[in-house]
Ligand binder design. Sequence first.
Ligand code: SF4
Length: 69
Amino acid sequence: MNIECEYLQTCPFFNDKMASVPTAAAIMKIKYCKGNQDACARCMIKKAGLQVPDDLFPHQVDRARQLLK
Ligand code: SF4
């Protein structure tokens, strides 16, 4: 799958609007934002209709699962 995320235009992570940008951000954008959005922690929260924490990164799935409990 290589489809762009539906939240790409407004996502703070993709648009480098988060307070800190991990060195692996470019890789994450390819892996999640332009790859598998279903695996993205931010996407999980967004799709659940919740407010996405400002500092939640795509790879923090465990944290997202806690928030969804
Ligand atoms: S970080 Fe997640 S929600 Fe944001 S654009 Fe990438 S895949 Fe979509």
